[in-house]
Write a protein that binds this ligand. Structure first.
Ligand SMILES: [Zn+2]
Length: 75
């Protein structure tokens, strides 16, 4: 029995993927999507994310690469 465990350590600050579910237009962190039988479940519509780039897609990461704290205070 070979279980393919490619799970990284969840401790510490880690970038998460921002996932866009096309079917219901939900956008959220990958950690918001529960896992069931290897599939991610959308927290909004409770449907599984099946086909990447068809049903869902990764639209970015959080925190974003180009995050600049200056932009928030600049008025
Ligand atoms: Zn959804």
């Amino acid at each position: 029995m070979s279980s393919n465990k490619a799970i990284s350590h969840e401790s510490g600050v880690k970038k998460r993927a921002l996932i866009h579910h096309f079917l219901c237009a939900y956008v959220g962190l990958s950690s918001d999507f529960k896992r069931s039988n290897g599939d991610r479940i959308c927290p909004k519509c409770q449907r599984a994310l099946i086909q990447k780039n068809n049903d869902w897609n990764v639209v970015g990461t959080f925190p974003p690469k180009n995050y600049s704290p200056k932009a928030a205070t600049d008025s």
